[in-house]
Design a protein around this ligand. Structure first.
Ligand code: FE2
Ligand code: FE2
Length: 374
């Protein structure tokens, strides 16, 4: 069993200096190469439907393809200032006298909301490319034909997701940000790992579980019609992707030893902390405004709303980890870690295998609420 320091490089998960010390060393590269350490697996067992739940998902996916160019109305104008007003507000409801923000004008706060939006959608775009690459790797490495079939449809979905976020950023918003360091570290770790199930655990369960919650949150919050519709389309795919992870790993994890489960528990914890770090510490945006990131985070990111948002991001991950049997082996190791980072309260919420069909486009007008408990 490894220590927190061995897993995430610091002993205290909340050590702000250590979190901010992590830099993206590849910021000026046009491409970034990662060794994926895996063997491509052929299977000669072509029996379709040997895993009925995966076969059902594959059939659903074939009927749920949408076209990013023609199904969304890109002709509509987006007023980014208006859009920023319906997003998460960064100006806190408290006195900022004596802080670097006391001289900030309303215009600066609006600019901050706009940059935060550019930042958030850029990270979604980079994460989508991570999903594209991870799922292409799953096509190669998973030994089951039903999973290869399904993963191939997910590759197409992810291409479409990269496409829509890039197009929205280019045509409707006002600038890209590079990959956040914590997200980059996590994606590299997922791709590096030679074991096929770790790709699923890192991507489908952790990254996509968080994305599904975050997209749902944003979808509820925004009134901008194009973004709202785009997120709804993306969520319909994402819910299937997370269900794919749960369905595939459930079978595999039921046969692993405690020692093997320990490695998965540690990996899930590492991913959880990296994603928490990436969602909360928009260091790149503070640097854009010439504000010391630590000061900004301590002043603006420690509000009850920020804490609540941070926790909500785990509302899909925790029940899915529970369904996979990851919380309790090895003396409840992952349960204790989730308690430490304040997210264990979601364990009995609905898991994505049970709810993914509610997200389908047939239920288009009726997006499931992110906060809908089971
Ligand atoms: Fe995606
Ligand atoms: Fe996805």
């Amino acid at each position: 069993m490894s220590s927190t320091e061995e897993i995430i490089g610091r002993a205290d998960v909340n050590d702000l200096d250590a979190i901010l010390a992590i830099e993206n060393p590849h910021i000026h590269e046009t491409i970034h190469a990662v060794r994926d350490n895996a063997e491509a697996i052929f299977t000669w067992d072509y029996e379709k439907g040997a895993r009925p739940a995966l076969a059902k998902l594959y059939e659903k996916s074939k009927g749920a393809m949408w076209n990013a160019e023609t199904d969304l109305d890109w002709s509509q104008d987006v007023d980014q200032e208006e859009l920023a007003k319906t997003g998460l507000q960064n100006k806190p409801d408290r006195d900022l006298e004596g802080t670097p923000f006391e001289i900030w004008t309303d215009k600066q706060w609006v600019d901050l909301d706009i940059q935060m939006q550019n930042w958030a959608l850029s990270q979604f775009m980079h994460g989508e490319q991570g999903a594209l690459i991870c799922t292409a790797k799953i096509v190669e490495t998973v030994p089951w034909i039903d999973a290869k079939y399904y993963a191939a449809t997910q590759v197409m979905d992810e291409a479409r997701h990269v496409e829509v976020f890039a197009k929205y950023l280019d045509d409707k918003l006002s600038g890209h940000y590079p990959m956040n360091a914590h997200l980059g570290l996590l994606l590299d770790d997922i791709i590096n790992d030679s074991r096929w199930d770790m790709t699923y655990l890192g991507m489908q369960i952790m990254v996509e579980g968080l994305a599904l919650a975050a997209f749902g949150f944003l979808h509820q919050l925004t009134n901008e019609p194009l973004l709202k519709q785009m997120l709804r389309y993306v969520m319909s795919d994402e819910a299937r992707h997370v269900a794919f992870g749960v369905l595939s790993l459930k079978e595999y994890y039921s046969e692993l030893s405690d020692a093997e489960m320990m490695e998965r528990q540690e990996f899930a914890f590492e991913a959880a902390v990296r994603m928490r770090d990436r969602m909360l510490f928009q260091k790149e945006v503070w640097e854009h405004f010439g504000v010391d990131p630590k000061t900004a985070i301590e002043l603006l990111r420690t509000t009850p709303e920020a804490d609540m948002f941070k926790q909500m991001l785990f509302s899909k991950i925790v029940p899915n980890c529970k369904k996979l049997g990851l919380l309790d082996p090895n003396d409840g190791w992952l349960r204790k870690r989730f308690q430490e980072i304040g997210v264990i309260q979601f364990e009995d919420w609905i898991n994505t295998d049970d709810e993914y069909e509610q997200f389908s486009l047939e239920n288009m007008t009726d997006a499931p609420k992110v906060a809908a408990a089971s």
